[in-house]
Write a protein that binds this ligand. Sequence first.
Ligand SMILES: [Mn+2]
Length: 354
Amino acid sequence: MMEYKYQLATPLALRVIGPWLSASENIDSKSMMVAKQLSACTLLQEDAMLQELINTLEASANRRIIVIGHDNADSDAIGAGFAVAELLGAPLAIPNKISPPAIEFAAALKKDIIFQPQLTNYDLAVIVDTASQKQLPGITLDQYVIIDHHKYNELMEGALADVHEPLDSTCQLVYRLYLTVGRPISKKVALALAGGIVGDTVGLTKASGQAILELGQILKAGGIELQTVLGVMKISRRMDKFKRLRAASHLQLYEIGDLAFCVGPIEHDYLFYTTSLFIELGADLALAYAQEDHRLCLRLAKSRNSQAHCHALAMLKKVFPATIDQNLWGDEFFAGYEGVGNIEDVLRSILQEL
Ligand SMILES: [Mn+2]
């Protein structure tokens, strides 16, 4: 069913998108008219959404386009952003930073990423994997389109066009965009899209059949293996065996009812990797910290498999109530703090909360 749908869409989309993808190629007004008529007849909602986006992009031919993923970018934002940027020959930007788990992955794609982009330098922004203005600190949107998979998206209202469907990942929507315009999937684009799917489905443990099917198609189209993607995504890859074992040997275990809470010191650069390591070992909740005099940097992670009724960010907000936002960030499963603090006090507060 899906295969058929895309085969149908490809020649049409190629005509519409042709002049925009390659400025040298001329399109006659007749075929454009036919394309528009056909486009108006599109019955499938997703095709219509994709087509509207393509039309908007086509109307922006020769204008300056920038692709932007949400702040604290994860592998879905990076992967989808990379693939769209490749498709458009546009730069990729992130408001402030890449999320630690996605740093290795972003580096493997070898594309320059612009931080704190100046939108006044561009005519159109393609926003990927982003559901609210809050995820775009410091960015004032004007002319933009959206490609996103979050169930609720606050940015759709002001967008010129949107491709929005509640799937497992934005990368699947970008894959469908590639199919619709008939652009081949290169090895790197396959890695980007597959990485986004693997990331947003927590290493495929939460993947729907549809996501796994599309992942398979992406791997096949790009001629890469899942093993390659997993290797690039492997979280504790950056820690060598001695660092991993040393971190494990310094961990303190708190058993609170059925809850396993692991705490350990580590150098600043390995905070995230250490919490991941503890979770991999079976912790429900993991805290890694670096204490340098009065300065404390820590990361708190919750296992996705845990039944623990705790919210990592909410927990840190209780522990550091007066902290300004920039020093404290995260979500239910992973949160970080950097600032003044003492690990003994912090640990006491957390244990009280648990
Ligand atoms: Mn996502």
